[in-house]
Design a protein around this ligand. Sequence first.
Ligand SMILES: Nc1ncnc2c1ncn2[C@@H]1O[C@H](COP(=O)(O)OP(=O)(O)O)[C@@H](O)[C@H]1O
Ligand SMILES: [Mg+2]
Length: 358
Amino acid sequence: MRLRRLWLTDFRNYTSAEVELAPAGLTVVSGGNGQGKTNLLEAIAYLATLDSFRGAPADALVRTGCATAVVRAEGDRSGRALLIEAEIAASGRSRTLVNSQPLRRAADLLGALRVSVFSPGDLELVKGGPAARRRYLDDALVGLHPRNAAVRSDLEKVLRQRNALLKQCKGRLDASAESTLDVWDAKLAATGAALADARAALVAALEAPLGKAYGQLAGSPADVGITYERSWPGPLDDALAAARTDDVRRGLSTVGPHRDELSLSIAGLAARTHASQGEQRSMALGLRLAAHRVVTDAVGEPPVLLLDDVFSELDADRSAALLAHLPDGQILLTTAGGLPAGAFPALTVQVHGGGIIL
Ligand SMILES: Nc1ncnc2c1ncn2[C@@H]1O[C@H](COP(=O)(O)OP(=O)(O)O)[C@@H](O)[C@H]1O
Ligand SMILES: [Mg+2]
């Protein structure tokens, strides 16, 4: 899938802009700090997920003083014309049209446009706590199959309900609370096992492309490890039963996929604690490129790859290596500085003060 043209109205610092994109190869988005480069990528990613990859709420996406923002993009997908239009209200209510048809549910959008995003904040994937790594896996699962979004939200819902019940009973389970807990446990066991299995299968698929991407960035083959670690042994229903007394006493759910870890290593050492900053950055980018590869293979066409400020994250050699091994498909890359040698963009878009310089 690829986008040819993008329109922004009152989105972030853009009043009104029309952006031409190279349908294949590299579009470089260039401009000084704070001019609107990341905002441009954020707008594209919004059309794929109806969400900000910076985790910003809807009102932050609407230009200050305005009630609504509109993001519109035209392109094609599997040879068919694709038009996506999103109206974002500062109040939080948003409306989306795909090929001029309103979406009945937000979930219906998923899969119309896919994006893979790398941003400097992704260093957290390696340095931060396990929640960011679980989110990485779950986002990739949604990219693979939109229905995984429902599995993820079902799990969140059952965990909320179970935790609320555990809190309510303040360490003592009466008969009625016990039978309700049985219901939540059955649901948690089913959805939780399904999600953990899907994550583990994804991790197995990520291993080879991660090793390859990391080795290319580093300039030599590297022994990169990626393993999914469940927070429980054996079947999840048994583990929930075994943890029940403890969960009731503590008022929270101590086992399940919400406590699982994705462990990463380089040359056998934990990347979070032992890798250098440069290695951690390459690992973060490698994780995004690997997920991009896995989704490309499964879906049959590459998502739009959005690389935000990636050169600020890499030294000169690694920047050159990235450029030499960019995947096929449409890529947008932002940069505040110049381009490293070896960059041959299909198009350069110059951004200044929330506008496009033509
Ligand atoms: N809702 C908004 N309304 C108006 N301006 C905004 C809004 N959100 C962000 N901005 C402005 O956008 C600029 C940042 O744009 P950004 O795309 O992050 O810059 P960069 O080019 O460095 O990536 C800042 O100057 C910020 O004040
Ligand atoms: Mg930026």
